[in-house]
Design a protein around this ligand. Structure first.
Ligand SMILES: NC(=O)c1ccc[n+]([C@@H]2O[C@H](COP(=O)([O-])OP(=O)(O)OC[C@H]3O[C@@H](n4cnc5c(N)ncnc54)[C@H](OP(=O)(O)O)[C@@H]3O)[C@@H](O)[C@H]2O)c1
Length: 331
């Protein structure tokens, strides 16, 4: 089978397309023929050696996928060869075949179309993160106001859409007209171009001086402090990621003055530590997807050989919604 291989830490350009042996599932694993692999920001961080963990070389990046089960471990009883599933892993999805722990597999309906399979295989990480952030960490209540930074990106657009689903007023901040248009199409009530407009002043105007109840921040960098200062009384600031690169240093007196809270969000660890709560969230997301109540956006698809270009586009801040790699197409 062919796979995108990482053999040293670096930029996406260091990745290589290679012919490699088919892996064999361990007792508690399944082997997938990968039909769609999501492109997520952590994939780029793993290739650069900058993520929370570092796989052993050589490895394929990619933590989220959908496909068909082609082999099954001896202790796996609840899944069958031929079933279409979503699989979550730390890495391995940018390949024609990939191993996934059977406990991290979600079965899909038989006969699912290619388009549905691509969406199912590329929305769980972003929508799972945003649902966990808003529901479990911020304990958002209908009628509250939410500010989303990086609102046209993967987790940001998911936060916009889930925010609307749970009855929030959503203010979406993003750098390009295309990203802001996507945020509006996914339910945002107001948009801010935070590269040109003064974030604090706009929030003051939009909230009649009251401030927002929740900030969802996957960006970090220079926007963090003005966003934190835009919280209202008892506001919650969700620390989701640092796509801008710099980890903000926050004067903690700001929390005291607003009676506000800085709240960390780490979906991968939540999945590991709180499987029951996560299973409920996943069921909720698949129900919303099936009923058309959420509408995850895939803006571009790439053949396997173009996976480095997909990661480059993500790092260049160009992506609206999600990118997907189709590993059965080589080029
Ligand atoms: N905590 C968790 O559990 C969790 C889970 C998933 C992802 N994350 C993190 O969340 C962050 C976003 O992930 P994502 O998949 O949504 O990525 P994404 O689709 O690339 O979106 C990131 C957004 O950040 C903004 N940005 C600002 N400066 C940037 C820069 N220098 N390079 C790239 N983007 C920049 C961009 O929006 P504008 O152009 O509009 O500014 C971009 O749309 C990452 O740090 C990721 O590791 C965390």
């Amino acid at each position: 089978m062919r796979a995108i291989i990482c053999n040293n830490w670096g930029s996406p350009a260091t990745l290589e397309l290679r012919e490699v042996p088919s892996p064999q599932p361990g007792p508690k694993q399944v082997l997938l023929r990968v039909r769609a692999a999501a492109v997520n920001f952590p994939d780029a961080l793993i290739v650069a050696g900058k993520y929370q963990f570092r796989p052993e070389f050589p490895f394929s990046p990619g933590g989220e996928m959908s496909g068909d089960i082609i082999a099954i471990g001896s202790e796996v009883n609840h899944l069958a060869v031929g079933q279409s599933v979503v699989g979550l892993a730390s890495h391995g999805a940018y390949a024609q075949e990939s191993l996934v722990d059977a406990s991290h597999v979600v079965p899909l309906p038989a006969g699912i179309s290619d388009a549905e399979l691509e969406r199912a295989g590329s929305f769980l990480l972003t929508y799972g993160t945003s649902l966990h952030a808003l529901k479990d960490r911020a304990e958002a209540r209908a009628g509250e106001t939410l500010l989303v930074l990086g609102a046209g990106g993967g987790v940001g657009l998911a936060a916009v859409e889930i925010g609307k689903r749970i009855g929030l007023r959503v203010i979406a901040a993003a750098s390009s007209a295309e990203k802001r248009d996507a945020a509006i199409a996914h339910g945002a009530d107001e948009v801010i171009d935070y590269t040109r407009e003064d974030l604090r002043e706009r929030i003051k105007t939009l909230t009649a001086g009251k401030g927002v109840d929740i900030v969802y921040d996957p960006v970090g960098g220079d926007f963090a402090e003005p966003a934190l200062r835009s919280l209202g009384w008892r506001g919650r600031y969700l620390v989701v990621g640092f796509a801008a690169g710099d980890i903000p240093k926050i004067p903690i007196n700001l929390l005291l003055l607003k009676g506000s809270a800085l709240v960390g969000v780490f979906w991968g660890e939540f999945v590991r530590r709180e499987p029951k709560l996560n299973a409920g969230n996943i069921a909720q997301l698949f129900a919303w997807l099936g009923e058309g109540k959420i509408n995850p956006l895939i803006s571009k698809r790439y053949p396997l050989s173009q996976a480095p270009a997909a990661l480059d586009a993500l790092l260049a801040r160009e992506v609206v919604g999600k990118l997907v790699i189709l590993p059965q197409q080589i080029d």
